[in-house]
Design a protein around this ligand. Structure first.
Ligand code: NAD
Ligand code: LMR
Length: 331
């Protein structure tokens, strides 16, 4: 039997930390399984090319049977040529004295052109995952600059928050991760996110009964939402391996399906759960036949409603800011 055609995966910021942690696992088959070859495209800015070149040398030294090719480029047009899966990791980090508006503007200058290049040069089935912060609004900018690509192909990473929420719940309950289901991250990949245990179960028991509402709707939410800062404080740098792992989980589930369990993914809203249409917000979703399907019919109580609304309001404010700056085309 002939081997399947390689899936082309573009990783932006491939010379950086998350890129380094992700590339070897993608090459080893962690993203699409043990029988699916991959072609890697590493997109960097000139200052990051040496990092990408070094990673490429080590990828060769890994002798990965599934790795069909490695290309390095510094222009989005080349970097996204024929891309089936785009991991947009490279972004402009916030530096001392930088206002949020400056951060949004700097990232608009990256994600607008990348969206346009994806629109023009990527494969027809392209799927995009934005990791670089502010991930949800960067994804919105890219999506709105790619009018010919179906909007639902643009997603942002809240799987890391989801995995953190599951991992910390398992630790608290003394349970196995495999026994937990029904956890949701709502809203933005920021400290306003809402890790929601209302529908979560641990070995079939309501999670809030197991861990108690005081913790599950108090310290737990704070811990998950501030885990990124906790990692920065303890490690002296932002999360890398867990972020790469979450990105691979996200794309693997998208491509291969989630089965019964649901996960959390930031998707362009269709208006479900009162989230304004078009905002790229985290919701509970299954992946079926290569597409995300939002879990329907969950009951949202007053506590959850207020939490979801607060995070969605932050996303709407970010959208309004980038619209005012002309970073997304007018409706
Ligand atoms: P890093 O600084 O190690 O690497 C970033 C790389 O991106 C650098 O090599 C840089 O040269 C490159 N880059 C910058 N602009 C680029 C552009 N226009 N095109 C291509 N490459 C470009 O950072 P990192 O630790 O790999 O983190 C990357 C991003 O991921 C950051 O924005 C970080 O905040 C974010 N992040 C998101 C999550 C999440 O859950 N969504 C989690 C962790 C980190
Ligand atoms: C994370 O969640 O680890 C990243 O988004 C980094 C950060 O600034 O929190």
């Amino acid at each position: 039997m002939n081997a399947p055609q390689p899936i082309t995966v573009t990783v932006t910021g491939a010379g950086g930390q998350i890129g380094y942690a992700a590339l070897f696992r993608i090459a080893s088959g962690a993203m699409f399984g043990a029988d699916q070859p991959v072609a890697l495209r590493l997109l960097e800015i000139p200052q990051g090319v040496k990092g990408a070149e070094g990673a490429a040398l080590e990828l060769i030294d890994g002798a990965f049977p599934l790795l069909a090719s490695i290309d390095i480029s510094t222009t989005p047009d080349e970097g996204f040529a024929g891309t089936n899966v785009a991991l947009l990791v490279g972004s402009r980090p916030r530096t001392a004295g930088m206002e949020r508006a400056d951060l949004l503007a700097a990232n608009g200058a990256i994600f607008g052109p990348q969206g346009r290049a994806i629109n023009e040069h990527a494969a027809d089935d392209v799927r995009v995952l934005v990791v670089g912060n502010p991930a949800n609004t960067n994804a919105l900018i890219a999506q709105r600059n790619a009018p010919d690509v179906p909007a639902e192909r643009f997603t942002a990473l809240t799987r890391l928050d989801h995995n953190r929420a599951v991992g910390l719940l398992a630790e608290r309950a003394g349970a196995r991760v495999a026994d937990i289901s029904g956890v949701t991250i709502w809203g933005n990949h920021s400290t306003t996110q809402y890790p929601d245990l209302s529908h979560a179960t641990i070995s079939g028991r309501a999670a809030l009964d197991v861990v108690g509402e005081t913790w599950g709707r108090g310290a737990y939410i704070e811990r998950v939402a501030n885990r990124g800062a906790e990692i920065i404080e303890v490690r002296g740098g932002s999360s890398v391996a867990s972020a790469a792992n979450a990105a691979i989980d996200h794309v693997r589930d998208w491509a291969l399906g989630t089965g019964e369990a649901w996960t959390s993914v930031s998707l362009p809203s269709t208006g479900a759960y009162g989230i304004p249409e078009g905002l790229i917000a985290s919701v509970p979703a299954h992946a079926v036949d290569g597409g995300w399907r939002v879990v329907e019919g969950l009951e949202i109580d007053a506590f959850s409603r207020a939490k979801i609304d607060a995070s969605v309001a932050e996303l709407a404010a970010e959208r309004d800011q980038v619209a005012a700056m002309g970073l997304i085309p007018a409706e």
